[in-house]
Design a binder for this molecule. Sequence first.
Ligand SMILES: Nc1nc2c(ncn2[C@@H]2O[C@H](COP(=O)(O)OP(=O)(O)OP(=O)(O)O)[C@@H](O)[C@H]2O)c(=O)[nH]1
Ligand SMILES: [K+]
Ligand SMILES: [Mg+2]
Length: 436
Amino acid sequence: MSGFDTIFALASGAGRAAVSLLRLSGPQSGAILARLAGGLPRPRMASLRRLRHPLEGEVLDEALVLWFPAPRSYTGEDAAELHLHGGRAVLDGVTEALLACGARPAEPGEFTRRAFLNGRMDLTAAEGIADLIEAETAVQRRQALRQAGGALADLYGGWAERLTRLLAHQEAAIEFAEDGIPTTLEDEVREAALALAAGIEAHLADGGRGERLREGLWVAIVGAPNAGKSSLLNALVGREAAIVSARAGTTRDVVEVRLDLAGVPVWLADTAGLRDTPDEIEAEGVRRARRRAEEADLVMAVFAADRAADPATLALVTPETLVVASKSDLAPPSVQEAALAVSARTGDGMKALRQRLEDLAADRAGLTAEASLTRPRHRAALMEAASWLREAQAAPLPELSAESLRAALRALGRLTGHVGVEDVLDVVFGDFCIGK
Ligand SMILES: Nc1nc2c(ncn2[C@@H]2O[C@H](COP(=O)(O)OP(=O)(O)OP(=O)(O)O)[C@@H](O)[C@H]2O)c(=O)[nH]1
Ligand SMILES: [K+]
Ligand SMILES: [Mg+2]
């Protein structure tokens, strides 16, 4: 795409390294590379070149350079890569040389933004690349790769195509009606709109698994004071993350610890023991504990085996709750036999508890055969599209139905970035790092 200036950025991590990767993209990339490296290497072939400052002629580094003429580059524009020695002074020198040549430092996400604007990928694929850079577990990586590879783009693009066809048919039906030609087209469109709405709704009804995998599954550990919640947290994460003591009311603030459970990122939140207390700090802790239990994807209710089950914790137990009988070394469990008996002291039952958590995490946030939506942005646009499709089906007049189909198409277009996208671009590319 013309009209863009030439940008550069460090694509590898900041700080001293064996090799640093500087990327360059834009119409002047070839000219700048030729000035620094004394000529253009063959496209897409790594060549070892001496890089010189364009004005002073000083040798700045001996580097591997690559030249990617448009459109076969990440951005779709002329682009280049400099694989420099990773020292501060080398980087400073080459940066100065690039500035002297008229290139400017890239904004966060600007390379991928250009790739999108040049039609190299849709918005969901661009988000997949951002997620891939952020991915911390193997399952997150798989989900991000799938999305970057166009799994959501294909799905949503396919829906947009179907919708475009429906709209064309509806408009034809309106014209036929004006010309007095009998047709069943309108009924067919209404039926197809309903089927498409149902398809989108089925995709939406995934329990938020893709979003959870991307952001982490929240597990709140709740129970009476001294039930052994903090001890369980520590045993699960393998370090003394929370303070444990024999005094009831030890934990006040919520203690959050991240855990990788079979590739699903999980946030364990240890909370204050539930009880009425005159201590205002502890009471605030109890309020926070209850709020965490409400907001969590999964509640782990802990009952000490040597105590009667307390009503405050029992009140939070639903069929979805993971019930744990702690301190199993002290007594047989006093709560439901469904409870998982564990002892943080002896380690008894801890493996089973971990396995149960892994299973629940995989069940609620693992990958399925179908690609899942991964962001609230996707959910909002799809809900809007489905609701317009239902309106299209129910509209009293074909003209109104066509209007609703158009609105549904716009919602899908915002999702993939194919229509009316200006306002969403900043949201999507704003959370990229510089150099991508
Ligand atoms: N015998 C035995 N004692 C345990 C076990 N787990 C914890 N305890 C003891 O129970 C007491 C309370 O443990 P904590 O982990 O602090 O309990 P908590 O539920 O976090 O307590 P609060 O933060 O005060 O609500 C401590 O003295 C622990 O050593 C266990 O599996 N067996
Ligand atoms: K305690
Ligand atoms: Mg505690």
